[in-house]
Ligand binder design. Structure first.
Ligand code: MV4
Length: 447
C-alpha cells in the first residue's frame, strides 16, 4: 500500500478520502485554494498546500501546481476525487511521467472512454446494447437527415467529447436537425476543442440506471450492482438509490454483465460507472462510461458493504481486488439525498453564505457525508453541495421512512437548501411507486 498520497480535491470528497486513508494507515497531503484556506476538513489531512486563488481554474485545475504539491509533499499517488482533474487524461498521463500513481484508470483507458463515439463503438463490438443511431461520427448534413428518416424523429445530436448531458441537442424535424448539427459542432469545438458529433434516436421518458464497476491490474473485474439516478434536474442528480426499483432480476443481471464486458474490452481499471438509460418498455442502452468515483458511490457502499475508496487505493497500489463477484451481494435498500446550498424556489440558484446553525441527523442506518459545520462559509466559487444524506434499511419502504425522519432532523440555517424539495419528493406518490422518468422534477414542479 502507498505510504502517502495527495488528494487533488476539496470538500466532502476530500474528507471522504482522508478518512479512508487514515484507516488504511496512508498519510495524506491536501491541497487548497485561498477560498478554502483554514477549512476544518483540512485538519484531517496530515499536511496541506495552497495551490492558488479561489477560482478552480486558478488552483484545483492547475496541473503544474498540483504536481508541484505532490513533489513537495513527497507522495506516491494522487487521488483526484470527482470533478476538477478527475477525468483529465492529460493529467493522468503527466502523473505517470512524473512516476506518481494516478488513482483511477490508465490515461489510455480514460482517453478511450472519454471519446463517447469510441466508447459506443466498443460497446457494440462486445454486444452491449446501444441506442440505434449513426455508425460512428456524423460527417455531413445529408447523411444525418437520411439517418434521422430511417430512425424516425426525435433524434439526439451528441458531442463525442461531451458527456453528462453537455453538448446534447434534440431535433424534431429536418430543418431543426440541420440547425442542431451546426450548433452542436460549434459548441463542441468551443467547449472541448473537438467538433465531432454522432447521432442517436432520442429515447423518450427514460430512467437513468448506472452500474458501479471496479477492476484491478490482474484481470479481476467486478460490478457492484446498480444505482437508479432518475431523480434529477438539468443533469444534476438529486436523489439516488440502490437497488433500482422496478428493475427485474434478469434485466439487472444483463446490465451488470454488460457493464463488466465493456470495462474488460476497454482495459479499464480502478473504479468507474457504466451509465445506461432504460426506456419505458424496460430495454436498456449504454450511454457512457464515467472514469471516476462518483458523488453517489456511498449508495453502493451501503448495499454492498464495500468501501470503494479503499478498494480504489488497493487496486492503484497494484494489489488484487480483495473480493470476487460471488462475494458481492446487494443487501437491503439505500437512498441518498444531495443537500445543496440552493434555493429551490428561485430556480435552484446557489445560496452562498455562512451556515449559522447545523443539526446533523444520526441514528440507525443514517450516514451524513459532509465537510460543513456551524460557522462554515459556503463559497460561491464551487459546487453548491454541502453534504450527502444517506440511509440504509432492509427494504425500500423502510429506507424512505428513515430518510424522511433523517431529513426532519437535519437543520441548516443561514443558507437556503434543497432539504424542503427532498421532503416533497419523499412524500410524492410517484416516488413511492417509482413511476418516474428523468423529466419528473421539471414536469411536477415547473420552473
Ligand atoms: C440520451 C437520452 C435519450 N436518448 N440519449 C443525458 C446525460 C448523458 N449521460 C446522456 N443523457 C441522455 N442521453 C438518447 N439517445 C436522454 C438523456 C438524458 C438523461 C440521461 C440520464 C439522466 C438524466 C437525463 C436527463 C435528460 C436526458
Amino acid at each position: 500500500m502507498f505510504k502517502r498520497i495527495l488528494v487533488a480535491n476539496r470538500g466532502e470528497i476530500a474528507l471522504r478520502i482522508f478518512r479512508a486513508c487514515r484507516e488504511l494507515g496512508v498519510e495524506t497531503v491536501a491541497i487548497f485554494s485561498e477560498a478554502d484556506r483554514g477549512a476544518a476538513y483540512l485538519e484531517l489531512a496530515d499536511e496541506a498546500y495552497c495551490v492558488g486563488l479561489p477560482k478552480a481554474a486558478d488552483s484545483y485545475l492547475k496541473i503544474d501546481r498540483v504536481i508541484s504539491a505532490a513533489e513537495i509533499g513527497n507522495v506516491q499517488a494522487i487521488h483526484p476525487g470527482y470533478g476538477f482533474l478527475a477525468e483529465n487524461a492529460h493529467f493522468a498521463e503527466i502523473c505517470r511521467s512524473c512516476e506518481i500513481e494516478f488513482i483511477g484508470p490508465s490515461h489510455e483507458a480514460m482517453a478511450l472512454v472519454g471519446d463517447k463515439n469510441a466508447a459506443r463503438r466498443l460497446a457494440k463490438e462486445v454486444n452491449v446494447p446501444t441506442v440505434p443511431g449513426s455508425e460512428g461520427l456524423v460527417e455531413d448534413e445529408a447523411q444525418a437527415v437520411s439517418l434521422a428518416h430511417e430512425l424516425g424523429f426525435p433524434v439526439l445530436i451528441k458531442a463525442s467529447a461531451g458527456g453528462g448531458g453537455r453538448g446534447m441537442r434534440v431535433a424534431l424535424n429536418d430543418l431543426a436537425l440541420k440547425a442542431a448539427i451546426q450548433q452542436a459542432q460549434a459548441e463542441a469545438e468551443a467547449a472541448f476543442g473537438n467538433a465531432d458529433i454522432y447521432l442517436e434516436k432520442y429515447v423518450e421518458h427514460p430512467r437513468h440506471i448506472e452500474v458501479q464497476i471496479i477492476a484491478d491490474n490482474h484481470g479481476g473485474a467486478v460490478h457492484l450492482f446498480e444505482r437508479d439516478c432518475t431523480m434529477q434536474r438539468r443533469h444534476q442528480k438529486l436523489v439516488e438509490e440502490s437497488p433500482a426499483p422496478r428493475l427485474d432480476a434478469e434485466t439487472r443481471q444483463e446490465m451488470c454483465d454488460a457493464a463488466v464486458r465493456l470495462i474488460r474490452a476497454a482495459n479499464y481499471t480502478n473504479a468507474g460507472t457504466v451509465e445506461f438509460i432504460v426506456d419505458p418498455s424496460g430495454s436498456f442502452y449504454f450511454i457512457e462510461l464515467n472514469a471516476r468515483i462518483q458523488v453517489e458511490h456511498p449508495v453502493t457502499e451501503l448495499v454492498t458493504g464495500i468501501d470503494l475508496i479503499k478498494a480504489q487505493l488497493l487496486v492503484a497500489a497494484g494489489e488484487k481486488l480483495p473480493f470476487t463477484q460471488d462475494d458481492i451481494r446487494q443487501s437491503g435498500a439505500s437512498i441518498e439525498c444531495r443537500i445543496n446550498a440552493e434555493d429551490p424556489d428561485k430556480n435552484f440558484r446557489p445560496t452562498p453564505g455562512t451556515i449559522t446553525r447545523l443539526r446533523v441527523p444520526g441514528g440507525f442506518g443514517v450516514r451524513f457525508d459532509s465537510h460543513v459545520h456551524e460557522g462554515y462559509v459556503v463559497s460561491p466559487y464551487y459546487d453548491s453541495m454541502i453534504g450527502k444524506l444517506l440511509v440504509h434499511q432492509p427494504t425500500r419502504r423502510e429506507a424512505i421512512a428513515c430518510m424522511k425522519r433523517a431529513l426532519s432532523e437535519l437543520h441548516v440555517e443561514g443558507v437556503k437548501t434543497t432539504i424542503p424539495m427532498h421532503q416533497k419528493i419523499l412524500d410524492h406518490a410517484a416516488f413511492h411507486e417509482s413511476r418516474v422518468d428523468t423529466t419528473f422534477i421539471e414536469r411536477t414542479w415547473p420552473s
